[in-house]
Design a protein around this ligand. Sequence first.
Ligand code: UDP
Length: 378
Amino acid sequence: MTSIDAVVAGAGLWGCTVARRLAESGRNVLVLEKRPVVGGNVRCETDPATGIEIHTYGSHIFHTHLDDVWDFVNRFISFNGYQHKVLARYKGKTYFLPLGLTLVNQFYGINLTPSELPAFIANEASRDVPQGVTPSNFEEQAISFVGRPLYEAFIRDYTRKQWGRDPKELDASIIRRLPVRTSYDVNYFSDYRQGIPLTGYNSLFDRLLNHPNITVQCDTDWLTWKEGEGKALSHLPVFYSGPIDALFGYKFGALEWRSLNFEVERVNCADYQGTSVVNYTLADVPWTRIHEYKHYHPEQKDVMAHPETIICKEFPKKWELGDEPYYSVNNRETDELLAKYKQEAAKMSNITIGGRLGEYKYYDMDQSIARALAVDLT
Ligand code: UDP
């Protein structure tokens, strides 16, 4: 590459999509990645003994209803058609999420039809949250969605573990992510376009970045690079997807995140739990869920039949500066802090900030790509 026209700082989904678009528009792009490898938290590693694709940062299932995003990723990879189902372990029994006809009928031992379910739930909910009152926090919102018995069985403790806070102190928007169905459909996501890349997630990044106009440099943190080696290039446009507060040296304080610990175990059986994710909804176990990664590739017959499997227990934990940030903790306090950083960012002329860390927002993978496809590159 003779000259550089733009710098992309951070090689996650947002950064790599932006880099590809820049390259295809004829610009020479330098992609800088702080980690030794590209792919952000979508990065996977293949276990050499079993061939299992381990999702290093927890399960990632691609799903979207966005045509342009689907078309874009399918230029680079094909999906295996995996449809995500999540099971929930409660008091020694296993239930199908999401909250819908399957779960409600199993939980109450009844046989409601789709048209009977809403009235049943409304009746359950009305005991605690009077109708017509807008729920003001997570707990009220959850009870208004499903009623107290289901809330206490499947949501309250899980949410406490996940967020480290009482659900009354959490924003109602978090639970709106969890679908509630009136059918027996146990597909966790409502998007029919779903799957896991046949060639693995890493291949998506390799192919996105495989363009003559793209140069990738790992182990390079743009924040320090721009003060040294990259100083002469400070006039170039930058597309930054690191944390927005880090960009300004955390001068107003750090935005709060929730972090995770993953305990990966090799288990001496072909199939540990019969499915990819089981949530543990009560406080009697410290983890929120167990992932069993081989189930994401049912088409890999040899891997499925391998006498060993790999499981991963997920433990939410308090985030401290230096820990891996996973979930943004969006509340009034962090909204105010974010607004201050955004004001600072608006004063900078040649930087575009995006992605989960840059926007301090929970994004599904398709949303990150959609945001990157919408970036004005001029
Ligand atoms: N949730 C819950 N019980 C479950 C699964 C989810 O209470 O078994 C709640 C929890 O508060 C969580 C939110 O729903 O933070 C969103 O869940 P989702 O599965 O979308 O979370 P993700 O997979 O993104 O961590």
